[in-house]
Write a protein that binds this ligand. Structure first.
Ligand code: PEP
Ligand code: MG
Length: 539
């Protein structure tokens, strides 16, 4: 037996045989060309074909694993549509008079180098993406496509690295784990493996002799056993059975009320980005949607989404939730969510800049379009509206006044909407937490956005990897603030929940329950696990 230690990027146990997956080696010959124009056309044709393929993969991934995970293929498509990428390829063809394959390869090399030299792990992971899309074009240009393995049952794929598109195209009924030499936990391949629930380990040195060997992968510890002995196999089988038992237990949580042992009910909602995620919220038995990050509708669009298209999206969510509560957060762009067509000024410190409600209050037309769409959709279910990034009572009053204007416009046209729509705010700035007693008089509920609240309270940018390790999400200052906010909400007779990541932090939930939190909104796949914790809590 040979024990190899790597890093787990998706937990689970798999036992089977190794199959080494190798991409066709790209032997790209640098060739001189006479006609740069014709070569550019050859490139453009191959690039357009690659874009078509990525669109196809996007739909396949959306169908098979969900839209959030499929986003990688739309990011890949955007990479190929990027002006800088295309200019670089065309410039190389024209200036160096070389074939398109060489120009694409050189462009990929320089971009991948640039990405991997940054300190930001997210950007480092993008180096793999730029290579993946460039390989796609080169393969089209050279007419060579790597064949996906025709695996037998219980195959464990060993590879130097796997591109997201390769991961997606493998036969999931036969492949039970991925082991790679390269990759990172935040690479999209790891993200895909997690959403497909396939154990994956990275950082294992791969060699050709491993092909066909018996193997066991412990995706909990990141250990890979080649030719495992009976003792290891038995241990792993037991671990796997334990996980199945755990899963069954969670299944038992379906259709159970979310209440503490003393019978106190807690609303357990799900966070979603797009209508496609409603399925997952319903499947996991969420009692409502506590946060629909509506900006995803804008991020996916090339121009301002029309009132009609937004209406369709909100209506789909409301109908999908079948009368359960759906809290739509109004547009929260800016900071890390930039959208070109908004033409926002470049900012030194965007997290503290023009974002969310600040944009909506200055660009009333955009805000009102969204509000009208939500209002029109309101008759199809149980909607609430929530404003993000509030810092003052005045902002809330202004936002509510615009909501009233939107209602008046609909009334004038005789268009129906629900009259009594609850309005809430996110408490995600220290200012709003401190004046939550005053804010509570203006609204029907609070939802605490601990992701932003944490970054502003600790003065640690949530996007900045340099401080990532220093962020203490359980910092006393944050917990005390949450406590104050919940108390102020209760004094005013409204409810207070948490929709930031802290709400799914199982180690802190008992403390939040002790503070009297009324609602938790978490990612759909966390709902059942959290219901179990709440049901086991005794006051
Ligand atoms: C938050 O800030 O906690 C939150 C839920 O909003 P977002 O993560 O979208 O900024
Ligand atoms: Mg936020």
């Amino acid at each position: 037996m040979n024990t190899l230690i790597g890093k787990s990027v998706c937990s689970g146990i798999a036992i089977g045989r190794v199959e080494i997956y190798k991409r066709n080696a790209q032997m790209i010959k640098r060739e001189k060309v006479e006609d740069a124009h014709a070569e550019t056309e050859r490139y453009v044709e191959a690039r357009n074909k690659a874009i078509d393929e990525l669109e196809h993969l996007f739909y396949k991934a959306t169908r098979e694993i969900g839209e959030a995970e499929a986003q990688i293929f739309s990011i890949h498509k955007m990479m190929l549509e990027d002006i800088d990428y295309n200019e670089s390829v065309v410039n190389i063809i024209e200036k160096q008079m070389v074939n398109a394959e060489t120009a694409v390869l050189l462009t990929a090399d320089s971009l991948a180098k640039m990405f991997s030299e940054t300190e930001d792990t997210y950007m480092t992971a993008r180096a793999g993406d730029v290579r993946d899309v460039s390989d796609r074009i080169i393969n089209i240009l050279s007419g060579e496509r790597t064949k996906m393995p025709e695996s037998s049952e219980n195959t464990i794929i060993f590879a130097d690295d796997l591109a997201p598109s390769e991961t997606l195209q493998m036969d999931k009924t036969k492949i039970t784990a991925f082991v790679t030499e390269k990759g990172s936990a935040s690479s999209h391949t790891a993200i895909l493996a997690r959403s497909m629930g396939i154990p994956a380990v990275i950082g294992i040195k791969i060699s050709d002799e491993m092909d066909g060997q018996a193997v066991a992968v412990d995706g909990f510890t990141g250990i890979v056993y080649l030719d495992p002995n009976e003792e290891v196999l038995n241990k792993l089988r037991e671990k796997s059975r334990e996980r199945d038992r755990q899963r069954e237990l969670l299944e038992l949580m379906k259709n159970r009320p979310t209440e503490t042992k003393n019978g106190r009910k807690v609303k357990l909602y799900a966070n979603i980005g797009t209508p496609n995620e409603v399925g997952s919220a319903v499947f996991n038995d969420a009692e409502g949607i506590g946060l629909m990050r509506s900006e995803f509708l804008y991020l996916e669009s090339r121009d301002f989404p029309s009132e009609e298209s937004q209406f369709d999206a909100y209506k789909r969510v409301l109908e999908g939730m079948n009368g359960k509560m759906v809290i739509i957060r109004t547009l929260d762009i800016g900071a890390d969510k930039k959208i070109d067509y908004f033409n926002l000024p470049k900012e030194e410190n965007p997290a503290m800049g023009l974002r969310a409600i600040r944009i909506c209050l200055t660009r009333k037309d955009i805000f009102k379009t969204q509000l009208r769409a939500i209002l029109r959709a309101s008759i199809f279910g149980n909607v609430s509206i929530m404003f993000p990034m509030i810092v003052s009572v005045e902002e809330v009053k202004k936002a509510k006044a615009i909501l009233e204007e939107a209602k008046a416009e609909l009334r004038e046209k005789g268009i129906a909407y629900e009259y009594d729509i609850p309005v809430g705010i996110m408490i995600e700035t220290p200012a709003s937490a401190v004046i939550s007693d005053e804010l509570a008089k203006e609204v029907d509920f609070f939802s605490i956005g601990t992701n932003d609240l944490t970054q502003y309270v600790l003065a640690m940018d949530r996007q900045n990897m340099a401080v990532a390790d220093m962020v203490d999400t359980h910092h006393k200052a944050i917990l005390r603030m949450i406590n104050v906010v919940i108390n102020n909400a209760h004094k005013a007779g409204i409810w207070a929940g948490i929709c930031g990541e802290l709400g799914s932090d199982t180690s802190i939930i008992p403390e939040l329950l002790k503070m009297g939190v009324d609602e938790l909104s978490v990612s759909p796949n966390k709902v059942l696990e959290i219901r179990k914790i709440i049901r086991e809590y005794e006051e």
